[in-house]
Design a protein around this ligand. Structure first.
Ligand code: ATP
Ligand code: MG
Length: 255
């Protein structure tokens, strides 16, 4: 059965999109059929995988706002990796869905028809706590929360956890679950002791929920989107590529 994972944190720039692209690429290379859904109006996951905005005719906005069949929104990246791209139209989603009944469950309903065609579906969420994140959390089995090794990112964690708790309660009433897959520490500057202090603080908050794999700050990770590639395809033997491959193994219970 396909597992749906939201990559979410309302804090901007913490590595959600980077994690979505590179974890998906690593899972695909492990032979797992993987689908990314880009739910952010910035369309960074779409662009980062080499799909220019001008090529996107149908996007996650159409998926959420029209009766379109989800199968008609999927673009293939390679044999094991596909994406539902995003477009800037998503900026209007709140107004578009206002007053609509069950507006938090639109994605869940559409996704349920195809999720078993995939081993993993990764949802790249926007940096906000809007109706889009509600849709993502309702559709997900679990959440990965990327947290940059930085004090403000640490401080913002509480709000994200409150949102997850709220949706968890609503889903439990309906007989569904939403778990925290793990907190992923990202952008660690290995030359700076401060990052390690932040790791200790996050560990105090989530003693059992932190991924063993920590993602370092790396120029290869930063550069890969410029070439429309994951860091694995851009520089397979780089440190960043290795760390995301380790993360995939940890998620698969192989590490
Ligand atoms: N491990 C890393 N090393 C170096 N740069 C990184 C790393 N992870 C992310 N970045 C860079 O940091 C910036 C923000 O990353 P990313 O877009 O993944 O964050 P995000 O949480 O998706 O942001 P947003 O909230 O805007 O959607 C990007 O320029 C990205 O290339
Ligand atoms: Mg992003």
């Amino acid at each position: 059965m396909g597992k749906v994972i939201a990559i979410a944190n309302q804090k901007g720039g913490v590595g959600k999109t980077t994690t979505t692209i590179n974890l998906a690429s690593a899972l695909a290379k492990e032979g797992k059929n993987t689908l990314i859904i880009d739910l952010d109006e910035q369309a960074n996951a779409t662009i980062g995988l080499g799909i220019g905005r001008e090529y996107v005719k149908i996007s996650s906005y159409d998926l959420l706002t029209t009766p379109i069949d989800i199968k008609d929104t999927i673009l293939s990246i390679d044999e094991k990796l596909a994406i539902i791209p995003s477009s800037s139209k998503l900026a209007n989603i709140v107004e578009k869905l206002i007053g609509l009944e069950d507006k938090e469950r639109l994605l869940d309903k559409k996704l349920s028809t195809i999720k078993d065609n995939y081993d993993f579906v990764l949802l790249d969420c926007p940096p906000s706590l809007s109706v889009t994140i509600d849709n993502a959390l309702f559709a997900s089995d679990s959440v990965i929360i990327p947290v940059e090794c930085d004090y403000y990112a640490y401080d913002a964690l509480t709000q994200m956890i409150q949102k997850i708790n709220q949706i968890q309660k609503e889903k439990n009433k309906m007989g569904y679950i939403l778990t925290i897959e793990g907190v992923l520490l990202t952008k660690l500057d290995n030359r700076n002791l401060f990052g390690y202090k932040m790791i200790e603080k996050v560990k105090e908050l989530f003693p059992n929920k932190i991924f063993k794999t920590i993602i370092s700050r790396s120029s290869h990770i930063q550069e890969a989107p410029m070439y429309g590639k994951s860091v694995l395809d851009f520089a397979y033997n780089s440190r960043g590529s290795k760390e995301y491959r380790e993360l995939a193994k940890e998620l698969l219970g192989e590490k």
